[in-house]
Design a protein. Structure first.
Length: 245
């Protein structure tokens, strides 16, 4: 699909992958709205970009999401692209650290919040020609990493939901994309060797190419190689993934 002259919401667009996508989309003549919890971060991001505005909202808080959707309906009624990018990850080992509290935080941010925001924006997206929903999962949606155990599970859940959503919306004008980054050098990956990851801009560039080609599963860099390995032999691919990190 064509991805210019659109109005795009990017959750977590103040940093990392979301920021790189905001920058690239704004340079392609899109109007972009970014959200996040930290106003300072959003202000700094907007100051570096053209045609980008922000709204402070915690995607895990129902009240914030209601206010965000009201704001969008009033100020940006043309919104036609939703990019669910905000995410949170805890690096730990299941045999060393209790998982439950980490899992609650991750499942709320990475999975349940995506479903709530999507529910609330679907009615207006359905009215638009050329609408899209993009869910940012991960290479770890394909198979889990032992040191990001409950995070990997949230991304697998989001992958599953995304597949079902695409199927359900097949007879509407909304296209549903899934973006699977590999290890990317951002704040989120700082504790897991993120400095060895690819730059966020590479994800943004491959994302644009994927959307323009109507490639609904955009597996970036190593995620594409890992997908092939997983299809050939899931057990071996899992072992290889968990021995290399
Ligand atoms: N980095 C990687 O290696 C990697 C690999 C695969 C997939 N991903 C995925 O890519 C996406 C972007 O992550 P990133 O690597 O770019 O990390 P990042 O730079 O830490 O960005 C995450 C963004 O999400 C926002 N955020 C977090 N919790 C939020 C909440 N409750 N409500 C609203 N915004 C929230 C953060 O802003 P505030 O703190 O201001 O709220 C931040 O701007 C995530 O979904 C992540 O899982 C990353």
């Amino acid at each position: 699909m064509n991805i210019s002259n659109k109005t795009v919401l990017i959750t977590g667009g103040g940093s990392g992958i979301g920021f790189a996508i905001a920058k690239t989309l704004s340079e392609k003549n899109n109007k972009v709205i970014i959200t996040g919890r930290s106003e300072g971060r959003l202000k700094d991001a907007v100051a570096k970009l053209n045609n980008v505005s922000y709204f402070v909202a915690d995607v895990t808080k129902e009240d914030d999401v209601t206010k965000l959707v009201d704001y969008l309906n009033k100020q940006h009624p043309a919104l036609d692209v939703l990019i669910n990018n905000a995410g949170q990850a805890f690096a730990y080992e299941l045999n060393e650290t209790p998982a439950y509290e980490n899992a609650i935080a991750e499942i709320q941010t990475n999975y349940l919040s995506v479903i709530r925001l999507t529910d609330k924006l679907l009615p207006s997206l359905k009215e638009k020609a050329g609408a899209a929903i993009v869910n940012v999962t991960s290479v770890l949606a394909i198979a889990p990493s032992h040191d990001l155990p409950t995070y990997s599970a949230t991304k697998a859940a989001l992958h599953s939901y995304t597949q079902a959503l695409r199927y359900s919306l097949a007879n509407t004008r909304i296209k549903v994309f899934e973006l699977y980054p590999p290890l990317v050098n951002t704040e989120l990956s700082a504790g897991i060797g993120g400095e060895n990851g690819i730059p966020p801009q590479q994800v943004a560039d491959e994302f644009i190419q994927g959307v323009e080609a109507d490639n609904f599963n955009i597996r970036v860099g190593f995620a594409a190689q890992f997908w092939d390995a997983h299809l050939k032999n899931p057990d071996e691919a899992f072992k290889a993934l968990n021995s290399r990190r």
